[in-house]
Design a protein around this ligand. Structure first.
Ligand SMILES: *[C@@H]1O[C@H](CO)[C@@H](O)[C@H](O)[C@H]1NC(C)=O
Ligand SMILES: *[C@@H]1O[C@H](CO)[C@@H](O)[C@H](O)[C@H]1NC(C)=O
Ligand SMILES: *[C@@H]1O[C@H](CO)[C@@H](O)[C@H](O)[C@H]1NC(C)=O
Ligand SMILES: *[C@@H]1O[C@H](CO)[C@@H](O)[C@H](O)[C@H]1NC(C)=O
Ligand SMILES: *[C@@H]1O[C@H](CO)[C@@H](O)[C@H](O)[C@H]1NC(C)=O
Ligand SMILES: *[C@@H]1O[C@H](CO)[C@@H](O)[C@H](O)[C@H]1NC(C)=O
Ligand SMILES: *[C@@H]1O[C@H](CO)[C@@H](O)[C@H](O)[C@H]1NC(C)=O
Ligand SMILES: *[C@@H]1O[C@H](CO)[C@@H](O)[C@H](O)[C@H]1NC(C)=O
Ligand SMILES: *[C@@H]1O[C@H](CO)[C@@H](O)[C@H](O)[C@H]1NC(C)=O
Length: 816
């Protein structure tokens, strides 16, 4: 649509608003020529509708900037033109001149920002490409090398696929990422991510002029300090390219058709990679760095390597070295680093091999891509200031030569994905020492594997979305997000007016009835206690959100019914009842062999992981227990009652609450005593549940003639006495895989540790259950002795619901 240029901008705000309205309604375009301009309220949209360009206000600021964002996620701004020159009103105009310069003007006169230009164009066109690149080109030119200007040459804080991070040695052009100052201010902040071309090029994040984090040098497959990137790449979702030649050095990601991906440096200096699909509801963070204490630059000083496994004693001198300042070192201050025990006599030195390392800082190194390792050693031997050498490229068994001059700084040990380094040592004291590869480290494994799992989740999400879409169509093209609200009459009929015979049980928030809809579908109806504080609209909104959580290990919410005070939730009906019905029963327990139990433990873990990780809601269950795990026809576990705390009291994320909901025996100490809850409270309940599934006994009310511990304490005692197999349910009659049972007990004990920060999160739990890597030793569990439990004297119960089958559910308790 062509806009007449007669309208005067400054003249009437109303007119401007009308224009905005009219223009916003017009079809989106991805380019403008000098005859057009963009005013506040108008946007350009890339032809595939991925990116949008226009005016925006970041965070809670009211200042106006020109930026590029994702159309599906307008709050995610990937590029800002006038980072340091905001407009203070809405009278900005963006246009492209006849020569090919982009101008941002205030009230058509005052220049606010403009792009540079290397030559003059005949027919300049400013276009927003599908890659997110804003370009000025001449006519129908499509070769990026001939663009007059492109935003990809001026990155802000975000690296999009096809964007380069690096430097052109010929033109001096460099591409780096600079953090925003704050979420409200896109002006350049403290942190810059760049490929430092000094010595052998390496990825660093600088805080001002200091290095904050060093991803390290490229080893042919990835940066030496990012062993997990290899895995992401291997999953085929991301392809990276690293180019180093006489003309330029750069790192570049390639686009993957179905996935939107971005790498950004945030205001605290962290590199973060996020992915999503156009259908996803939110971004998924699949990678960030610095990742742990050992990732901060040079924590251990020189000639010392960092290992998170030894926490809190993170740093260890290399063999043949000793702390420079031993007293400081003992006080866990390592920055002084280590020094040689024997002075190096250059003539008489040997090289010691260390493996599993993140290579030291390469800013004072040289490299020869044509040399073999042997030639490399010879080269290093020649020069007394050469302290170490290594292959520069690990592909095909290793090639190239990298030589370090000066101190070796910022090394760490990886269990998987580290590299070999040969360090110059005095001949006199040492032979060829080899630092043994470090034993396992859960965290590290998790780092490697979690991205893969997350990618799996993304894919799961996509597949699920497609499937659900199909399903919705079949059902009649109804809006898939709409939640059926059932008529109370229908529910009354379905349950024979809540006949006692139809009562399935008494859950934490009210009784549950079996019912049958007129079409024959069986349902379970949860009749919520009337005391719940929410209004019906709030309640419905909450239910719609909860209903969106769908996972094979969660009970499906079919709808709700609201009439006055009466609020009900309608679930799919599970014929096989709940887990407690089986595991705590001598006869029925036999139906659950070890294979099934393992499968159930795994399923519960996955369901819980899904609840915790759905970043939109981040549901904390708060009342996970055996009676809340239902079993379907295939004995596949499904968690029920999730999100109820939310439905009833509204949104409360990790916080201190004065309403405690939960069940004694499953509650962690920090929650029962201080009302502090977090995802780690659920992890505790999960641990208790695992121990119950293995032993076939209830935690609460557990009795042993020899001691007064509860089940958790009993498990701990047997574990400490190295008799863990005595803990196993005698119903299993030795028909189990010992290693699996031990692993499950081990994981269970890790989950019930007293300190929430010691407990693993659910993603680690899922990994631990599925792998054979060694696990850390569990520490003392919480509520080890049942008698410690602060019962009613600590709480005054203002509202107490009925007892459920396997324990008292405390639904509302006011804290002291
Ligand atoms: C774009 O800005 C330039 C510089 O002020 C101005 O001369 C030109 O008329 C503007 N073009 C349009 C179409 O507004
Ligand atoms: C660009 O357009 C001109 C004429 O309009 C045509 O001759 C030329 O082939 C086009 N170039 C491309 C790359 O399409
Ligand atoms: C990067 O390039 C800009 C100009 O393009 C220059 O001012 C800056 O100093 C360069 N930075 C480095 C690290 O070369
Ligand atoms: C960044 O540098 C400043 C000044 O040197 C310092 O105060 C700040 O703690 C540093 N931030 C981080 C995250 O290292
Ligand atoms: C930066 O990223 C890290 C790692 O993802 C995160 O913990 C931190 O909260 C982020 N900081 C900001 C200011 O977003
Ligand atoms: C190391 O010392 C031994 C004897 O002390 C000598 O035989 C050997 O040649 C020396 N090696 C090097 C590389 O200097
Ligand atoms: C590199 O050499 C310079 C000059 O000798 C020195 O200041 C700097 O600390 C060295 N860097 C490293 C990482 O060894
Ligand atoms: C490696 O290349 C350098 C120059 O690029 C050359 O001087 C050297 O002789 C080469 N070395 C080998 C072993 O080919
Ligand atoms: C050793 O290497 C350093 C750094 O590359 C260089 O400055 C010095 O000249 C070299 N010394 C000899 C003897 O080659």
């Amino acid at each position: 649509m062509e806009r007449k240029s007669t309208a005067d901008f400054g003249m009437s705000f109303l007119l401007a608003c009308m224009l905005v309205f009219v223009l916003a309604a017009s079809a989106a375009t991805d380019n403008i020529t000098p005859s057009r301009s963009i005013i506040d309220g108008e946007t350009l949209v890339s032809s595939d509708e991925t990116f949008e360009l226009g005016f925006f206000s970041p965070g809670s600021s009211i200042k106006r900037y020109i930026g590029i964002w994702y159309k599906v996620s307008p709050e995610t701004v990937v590029w800002v033109a006038n980072r340091e020159a905001p407009l203070l009103d809405r009278f900005g105009v963006l246009n492209v001149t006849k020569e090919g310069t982009i101008n941002l003007l205030h009230k058509k006169t005052e220049m606010v920002w403009s792009s540079s230009r290397i030559r003059t164009a005949k027919n300049p066109v400013m276009q927003l490409l599908d890659s997110g690149n804003l370009v000025v080109k001449d006519g129908n030119e499509s070769d990026s090398a001939n663009f007059l200007w492109q935003s990809f040459d001026y990155p802000c804080d975000t690296l999009l696929p096809m964007m380069k991070l690096g430097k052109n040695f010929i033109t001096g052009m460099n591409w780096s990422l600079t953090s925003w100052k704050s979420p409200d201010d896109p002006a350049p902040g403290r942190f810059t991510a760049l490929i430092d071309p000094e010595g052998f090029p390496q990825l660093v994040v600088r805080n001002g002029s200091e290095i904050f984090y060093r991803g390290g040098s490229w080893n042919g497959e990835r940066f030496t300090g990012t062993p997990d990137l290899k895995q992401i790449e291997l999953s085929n979702l991301f392809k990276f390219e690293f180019e180093l030649n006489r003309n330029e050095v750069y790192y570049k990601g390639e686009p993957y058709p179905a996935l939107i991906s971005r790498l950004a440096v945030n205001e605290s200096g962290f590199l973060e990679r996020f992915v999503r699909t156009k259908q996803s509801e939110s971004w998924l963070e699949i990678y960030f760095a610095p990742r742990d204490e050992c990732d901060y630059y040079a924590v251990c000083g020189a000639y010392s390597s960092c290992n998170t496994n030894n926490s809190p004693r993170l740093c260890t001198c290399m063999d043949g070295f000793e702390p420079m300042f031993p007293t400081e070192w003992d006080r866990l201050k390592w920055s002084g680093g280590c020094t040689r025990m024997t002075t190096l006599a250059c003539r008489n030195s040997v090289f010691t091999k260390y493996n599993g390392l993140k290579f030291p800082d390469t800013s004072n190194s040289s490299f020869y891509t044509n040399m073999s390792l042997k030639e490399c050693q010879a080269e290093c031997s020649k020069n007394c200031s050469c302290m170490a050498y290594a292959n520069s490229d690990i592909r095909n068994g290793g090639s190239g030569c990298l030589l370090w001059f000066g101190d070796l700084i910022d090394m760490r040990i990886y269990i998987d994905g580290g590299q070999d380094l040969y360090v110059r040592m005095a001949n006199s004291t040492l032979g060829h020492l080899v630092v043994r590869k470090n034993s396992s480290e859960i965290k590290e494994v998790a780092i490697v594997v979690i991205p893969i799992i997350l990618i799996g989740l993304v894919w799961g999400g996509i597949v699920f979305y497609l499937r659900r879409k199909k399903l919705a169509k079949r059902v009649g093209g109804k809006d898939e997000m709409e939640l059926p609200v059932f008529d109370l009459d229908i529910i009354v009929k379905a349950t024979d007016n809540f006949l006692d015979n139809n009562k399935l049980g008494q859950g934490g928030f009210g009784p549950v009835y079996k019912g049958r809809l007129p079409e024959g579908q069986e349902i379970a109806v949860k009749r919520l206690s009337k005391s719940s504080g929410q209004g019906s609209e709030e309640f419905k909104n909450e239910v719609v959100l909860i209903a969106k959580l769908q996972h094979r290990n969660l009970v499906r919410l079919l709808g709700c019914s609201v009439q006055g005070d009466e609020k009900m939730l309608i679930y799919e009906y599970m014929p096989n009842k709940s887990l407690d019905y089986f595991i705590f029963d001598q006869a029925k327990g036999k139906l659950l062999d070890w294979r099934r139990r393992m499968h159930i433990i795994d399923g519960i873990a996955r369901g819980l992981l899904y609840l915790h990780q759905d970043s939109r809601l981040r549901i904390i269950h708060r009342d996970l227990k055996a009676s809340n795990v239902l079993l379907d026809n295939d004995m596949c576990p499904k968690i029920s009652d999730f999100g109820l705390a939310r439905t009833i009291w509204g949104d409360q994320t990790e916080a201190n609450t004065n309403k405690v909901v939960g069940t004694y025996g499953y509650m962690p100490p920090e929650y029962a005593v201080d009302g502090l809850f977090s995802i780690k409270s659920d992890v505790f309940s999960f641990g208790v549940l695992v121990l119950e599934i293995i032993s076939g006994k209830k935690n609460r009310g557990f009795f042993h003639p020899d001691h007064s511990h509860n089940l958790v304490g009993h498990a701990w005692k047997l574990w400490m006495e190295l008799k863990p197999l005595q803990f196993v349910d005698c119903n299993l009659e030795d028909c189990f895989v010992v290693s699996e049972v031990l692993r499950c007990i081990h994981v269970g004990l890790l989950c019930v540790q007293k300190r929430p920060e010691d407990r693993p999160n659910m993603s680690s739990v899922v990994l631990m259950l599925g792998s054979e890597n060694p696990l850390p030793e569990p520490k003392l569990p919480g509520f080890f002795t049942e008698r410690n439990l602060p019962e009613s004297e600590s709480y005054s119960s203002t509202h107490h619901e009925l007892a459920s089958e396997n324990g008292v559910t405390i639904s509302v308790l006011e804290a002291r």
